[in-house]
Design a protein around this ligand. Sequence first.
Ligand code: HEM
Length: 540
Amino acid sequence: MGLITLIVSLVILAITSVISYFVYISWKYRKFFEKQNVQYLGAGFPRLARFFTGKITLPDGEFLLYEDAKATGKPFVGITDLSAPIYFIMDLDLQRSIYVKDFDHFADRRQFTTEKSDILMRTMLISLEGEKWRGIRAKLSPTFTTGKIRKMFNIFDTSSHKMCDYIRKRVGSAGGDFDIVEAYSKYAMDVVANCAFGIDSMSFDTEPGALSTFEDMGNRITFKFDPIIFMKVIFAQIAPKLSDFLGVKPFDQESQKYFLKVIGDVMKQRRETGERRDDFLQLMLDAQKGLLKSEDKEILEVMTGSQSDSTGNSNNAFVSEANKKLKFEDIDIVSNAVLFLLAGFDTLQSLLIFAAYSLALHQDIQEKLLKEINSALEANGGKLTYDSVHGMNYLDMFINETLRYYPPATRTERRCTKDYIIPGTNTVIEKGTLVALPIIGIHRDERYYDNPEKFDPERFLPENKAQRHPYSFTPFGHGPRNCIGMRFALTEVKTVLANLVHNFKLEVGSYTEVPIKYGNSGNLKPKDENGMWLHITPRC
Ligand code: HEM
């Protein structure tokens, strides 16, 4: 047998084995769900084939899955992503139980890393489990209250001004076509660098098109799910020990090492010189020394997500208890500073991109928003303040509508931590099983939003909101494991959008892609190579 024939035979054998394995897995999970009397939608092989051949992207696939699940008319169905069986929860009351009421059965998430890979990612709040998660959430919560974020307002405002100056230089006084992703990415990096790492990102000091080292590393560390990374992640979940043995590391290593060093140096310098700043890093250093109070009502809200649902939340006591027990080590500070990049950068950039796009498409909305921003500025001597930014109701409605139609996270998940009988059924979700809580599908479901394809901020008028199920809007998740950075993100987004709209008119330009084609990043984004080109003209 010639060498080429041997190689071809081995490749065919490998492909056949992988396909047979996946077919077997899908069959195995069919049995799993049959035993529980749950309708099973399988792995969606036609959808997967379209994903692997680049015909659809991850968000498209998520939306199609939701539509398939909706067509069954069931409150929940079984699915698999080929690594595990997953309950896909459609019913909003059941979602509420999982998020809040029966949270003690669903306190964890799935692990994307193995014991030896991506150590930094494994120690971040988002992937922690059990007591360790409770303790770190309790330690971090005091750093995310409105009082603390108010102190960081200047960072958001200063970076917004730098961004506006940058855009002005790029488009000139007559205006022009410009890829807003570039400017937003610099802005979001600048805020993260200042708040979480205590350094200047230098992102606005580079030549056009170039990246500072911080930006470059920041871009590399964010989640991107091309088919290769997707396969590595699935492999690490199916066979974690073998994956470690083979040294498979799904996420970029060099950037993780870079951030470890940067933050280590700043911590050392602050400890040696006693220098203090109003930033997130300082708050974590204070939390380590036990200098932050944890009894405050708002801190409990951040810890438990209780402001998003007040029904039957009894988690406050255990979180406070956990806070007392846990030691907050240096590695926790470092990994949670990096988490700002992972959880905070991509999501925020996604929201900003779609906000700008929506404003360009809907000039009437932009005009209304501009009026509100201008009167807020006039009332405050031409300056934005924390209070003025949060006092703009239309801005708030507009951001909510952007989050509805373009939620940065298209779903969230929980891992069952104690067997759970789904109320009113005989179905038992067994300990260790995953449940998926769809976000984008619900946000675009006509059962909750009339004419869901229409972009309409008025949906978020208080009287309209009151008519909807509270779990029909979940861009930040819900309950004790909801987004800890929600207040931070909303303040940051409102500040930069108010500055942007005050300074520039945004319009659809010659390169604007309508409708948008999504990319495969972890969060909803336009395709990387397409960016978000808009026609931008300075207002004065
Ligand atoms: C527009 C911006 C953002 C959106 C849409 C967003 C969305 C989300 C969602 C959907 C979750 C999962 C919630 C759940 O499972 O119930 C989450 C978790 C989380 N987010 Fe955000 N996020 C944003 C910004 C931020 C920022 C700026 C930070 C800052 C650090 C942050 C930190 C986190 C953390 C740490 C978690 C995990 C919480 C835990 O497991 O206890 N996020 N976020």
